[in-house]
Design a binder for this molecule. Sequence first.
Ligand SMILES: C[S@@+](CC[C@H](N)C(=O)[O-])C[C@H]1O[C@@H](n2cnc3c(N)ncnc32)[C@H](O)[C@@H]1O
Length: 254
Amino acid sequence: MSKFKIILVSLGLLFIGIMLTFSSLTYEPELANHLPLPNYYQQKVLHRRDGIGKFYLGREIAQVMGHQEILWLERPTRQTEEQPNAVIDALNLKPNDRVADIGAGTGYFSFRIAQKVPQGQVLAVDIQPSMLDVIEFLSQENNINNVKPILGNETNPNLKNQTIDLALMVDAYHEFAYPREMMEEIVQALSPRGKLVLVEYRRENPFIPIKTLHKMTQRQVKKEMNAVGLQWIKTQDFLPQQHYFVFQKSETQG
Ligand SMILES: C[S@@+](CC[C@H](N)C(=O)[O-])C[C@H]1O[C@@H](n2cnc3c(N)ncnc32)[C@H](O)[C@@H]1O
């Protein structure tokens, strides 16, 4: 083979290699328009397809699951895949607890919790009005009066200070576009020594068939909760595919 051909073939292979390496990345220059961001965020133009190009403490934030996925959130196989009853049991709820289900979606967890807090209340927070419409509809349809839909925004769940005994986020935190601001507000909304429970698919396990950015490692979750002063209590892996984390508002946070 001539020298020229060898160079051409090598360049071709190099090109294919580069294409394969970046095939799961996408280029969205318009995202740079959101700058300037606080310095704990970085905006990158090269990023994963399931992300928004914005990074927090080394993690790329996932895209928000749209209202088109309502049926997926209510899929019957979720009972075995995510075992919601085991999650609810682990929460150890008291009948008069006030629980915020943040990133509530269709209220899959809100309604299950509502049964356990007959004298309490579930504040079902979401940023998509169409999700809250589903919650409103299901509340009326099933005569449930202790689930209150709350429209939040990307930086604020719109909860009153020191009113929540437990904040729960199931499969939601990884898609908060402003996780630091959201968490600071949530910490304020927790009552003194209030608890926060996070349920996230285990990113350590590559065989769990969920998009990468929709899973989180233990290490990353602890890092991000630590950044807002929450105290880690425990991580439990009793669910088939998800981590179950418990954090607490520390005494110094009021
Ligand atoms: C994957 S769904 C999970 C819904 C529900 N927790 C469940 O397990 O069925 C995530 C939800 O989080 C909501 N979400 C995303 N960012 C949010 C934010 N900053 N504040 C409140 N909700 C948010 C989305 O609109 C979506 O409904």
